[in-house]
Design a protein. Structure first.
Length: 132
């Protein structure tokens, strides 16, 4: 009975940023996580062929952190999240998938776990970005 008032007080005291200032942005205006570096898209998407509207990025962050980043930062930058399939999830995809829309532009974002080998327990996220 003593826990609830204390927990309520703590939760009321929390303050969250509305958005992270000065984030890097993709040319589409979609925010990119800090310390994100470009990769050849064919390095993480073997079956894309020569489709030029794919881009890829490496992040030093976990898949969960990048999912949370886009859940907060995309709407703060004016993007509507139209679909969200988290990773891990109850779907067959081995990555998270986010559909985004803003001012007639549509982006499909894949947040793909990447590890340095079988013993690597600190997988980080790679991004695959397709726009139209």
């Amino acid at each position: 009975a003593e826990f609830e008032p204390l927990a309520t007080e703590v939760l009321r005291s929390l303050r969250f940023l509305e958005a992270v200032p000065d984030l890097p942005q993709h040319t589409s205006g979609l925010p990119l996580p800090p310390d994100c570096t470009p990769l050849p898209a064919s390095e993480i998407l073997e079956d894309i062929g020569d489709q030029g509207s794919w881009e890829a990025f490496e992040t030093p962050n976990s898949v969960g952190a990048v999912q949370a980043f886009y859940w907060r930062e995309a709407p703060a930058a004016g993007w509507e999240i139209t679909t969200f399939q988290p990773y891990p999830g109850d779907h067959p995809l081995p990555f998270a998938r986010v559909g985004l829309h803003r001012e007639g532009r549509v982006i499909a974002l894949g947040i793909i776990p990447h590890s340095q080998g079988a013993d690597d327990r600190n997988a980080h996220a790679r991004l695959a970005l397709h726009w139209r």
